[in-house]
Design a protein around this ligand. Sequence first.
Ligand code: CMC
Length: 430
Amino acid sequence: MPDTVTIIDNRTGKQMECPVLTGVMGPPVIDIKHLYKELGMFTYDPGYGATASCKSAITYLDGEQGVLMHRGYPIEQLAEQSTFLEVCYLLIHGELPNKREMDEWEAGIKTHTMTHEHLSRFYTGYRYDAHPMSIMGGVVNAIASYYHNTTDIQDRDQRLITAKRVIGKMPNIASKCYRYAVGLPFVYPDNSKSYVENFMNMTFSRPCEKYTPSPVAVRALDLLFILHADHEQNASTSTVRLAGSAETNPFACIAAGIATLWGKAHGGANEAVIRMLEEIGHPRNIQKYVNRAKDKDDSFRLMGFGHRVYKNYDPRATIIRKACHELLVEMNLNQPMFEIAMELERIALEDEYFISRKLYPNVDFYSGLIYQALNIPAEMFTVMFALARSAGWLAQWMELMEDDEFRIGRPRQLYTGKQIRNYVPLNKRP
Ligand code: CMC
């Protein structure tokens, strides 16, 4: 007996057998591809809470257990032992590289760290106080114009070059978003430096002083990049896939992902957490904000809390919390906001409202505190997230392009508007 689910239309008695697909891990999935053809119906799932939009072999999440793995490797092991560029290789190629492959990968990315000189002028069209996510989205979309007619997205080798281009250029683009806002001259990449050192040099160095980033900061940033590199079919990744399904330019797909990530329900939460902690100001005010978050008449939510998939600790939050604590000790920083964050977490996790809804700190709860300790301004936090997530977006885009079931993404709807009616000329309307 094959695994199927029978869907019966009780109105008509018509029925259909839907195959049940089983992945390597995770809940089984009902294949409803032929539902409309067989029963003339669509499915309704606002927010896609119960919809698998694609097959994917890149990232696995178990929200009940708080598990995250890339290509089968637990995030804890990657965070502890890998590097961001190696994780990029893993996401894109599916396997960890050997020494030669890793050297070639790094060298390949380094050949793509520059951007066209004309692109620098693009930044100056923005107001001095433009949000860097707005600039980043605009600039990445502009890069599409440099590679539009010359990129054949049906060619695997060219897709791979695109991946190297995006990963190589992102630190350069991100650093300029920051330097434009603070009025510092743009810095060219220096390929003798590591990926993160290069980013820090382009971002923080000044023409008048020698700049050497602290190794503690370099490692902390590399860790954050690893933890943000991919996260299954989240809103921005799904946006990238949907844009990609129309066979649009990959840089334009990434720009669409950046736009989605910016929202405070998604990647913008890391900036919103810091704003919230600043507003709370002192542990004695925490209860007031927890009460506001519970009040259904108040739109305020605890930023950095809750997740669509995790109904347990977000494993990335656990790693970041520990790293944040170690960084503050190592840098000998007394950051009162870390104390407020820990106390807020404690109070919320003892509260029936958060317990019953399984709301735990997510990746964004502590990441902003690390960025802040590294003197990265709050507006840049989501830019850092986008820099790292570009690797995942690229891996997911490449997987989509190679999918043997590739089709343009085109959801349907439950129409709730007017029935057909006749047009009334303006002079005849009441
Ligand atoms: N504070 C207070 N209540 C919350 C929160 C929160 N942060 N998150 C969810 N709830 C409540 C929500 O009001 C609802 O209550 P009820 O059942 O009484 O109506 C219940 O918990 C379920 O929430 P939901 O809105 O149905 O959950 P969702 O899966 O649609 O939303 C979320 C997930 C992440 C958008 C949401 O938890 C949220 O807005 N969190 C704050 C923003 C945030 O930290 N976002 C970062 C997400 S992780 C990183 C990333 O995606 O980039």
